[in-house]
Design a protein around this ligand. Structure first.
Ligand SMILES: Nc1ncnc2c1ncn2[C@@H]1O[C@H](COP(=O)(O)OP(=O)(O)OP(=O)(O)O)[C@@H](O)[C@H]1O
Ligand SMILES: [Mg+2]
Length: 249
């Protein structure tokens, strides 16, 4: 961890997150498996079921959740001794992209850490049942460092059934079991095209919970940027089942 122990923002971050009940970072070992889409749809689905939900895009080098939700980055969120996340489809939405805009941002480790701390220190979440976090891909320290500011979290790992990704999914799950309790780690299969059970089997083998499959939805790219249309998609229907399961636990 790269926390500067003397940093006054750390105490502020603790206060900002004090009334957040459950933190769900959406993670993956590889890029492009659908973390961003899933985290946005999950946040919308949880909110649609009456939960108070925040969505935080912490993918500092490549933030994209605002694209999925159609959030206008030029309208900087309201500030009143902190930043009030704007509501997108009922979800309180905050992104590092409000700070970085659409500019390419080749940040080094300590700079990423600084942006994350800054966003966590200023954002006023208030009372939340869930804070869903979109994270960058990977199984390195950079992802765990980003999460180190949260007192506790329940990772939701997104996996695709390709044989090329299995080894790295396994590594990520093993790494997570060293940091958080096994029962709070969940796996979903995304872009499922058949009834293969490889991901479910892997979850069983590693004693983590399998929350279900999200089928490949060939129309999903057409509705990106439009919350109402996203909510009518087949992918949203599948993610809603996962949201239900998460709510019940
Ligand atoms: N269930 C699905 N059905 C069809 N296409 C999907 C599905 N999930 C994701 N995709 C496709 O995969 C692309 C990448 O999704 P997304 O950006 O959410 O992945 P990511 O894991 O966040 O990527 P990165 O690692 O770069 O952040 C989407 O643009 C979409 O085309
Ligand atoms: Mg992403």
């Amino acid at each position: 961890m790269m926390i500067a122990q003397g940093d006054p923002r750390l105490a502020v971050i603790g206060r900002r997150l004090a009334r957040v009940a459950r933190v769900v970072p959406v993670m993956s070992s590889k890029g492009g498996v659908g973390k961003t889409l899933l985290s946005c749809l999950l946040a919308l689905a949880l909110s649609g079921r009456g939960a108070r939900v925040g969505l935080l895009d912490l993918d500092v080098t490549n933030p994209t959740a605002h694209v999925v939700l159609g959030a206008d980055l030029s309208k900087f969120p309201e500030e009143d001794r902190g930043v009030v996340p704007p509501l997108m489809g009922g979800v309180k939405f905050m992104s590092v992209a409000y700070y970085s805009g659409e500019n390419p941002l080749p940040l080094r480790g300590w700079e990423i850490d600084n942006v994350v701390k800054e966003v966590l220190a200023v954002t006023i979440w208030g009372d939340l049942d869930f804070l869903v976090i979109d994270t960058p891909p990977g199984i390195g320290d950079e992802v765990l460092d980003v999460l180190s500011y949260f007192p506790k979290y329940e990772p939701l790992v997104v996996a695709t059934p390709s044989p090329l990704t299995m080894a790295s999914v396994k590594r990520l799950l093993k790494l997570l079991t060293e940091v958080v309790k096994g029962e709070s780690i969940r796996v979903v299969e995304n872009m499922a095209r058949n009834d293969s059970s490889v991901i479910a089997d892997l979850a069983k083998e590693l004693h983590v919970k399998f929350l279900g499959k999200v089928r490949f939805d060939e129309d999903i790219d057409k509705v990106v940027g439009d919350v109402d249309a996203l909510k009518r998609s087949r992918m949203y229907g599948d993610v809603s089942v996962i949201a239900e399961r998460l709510l019940k636990e």
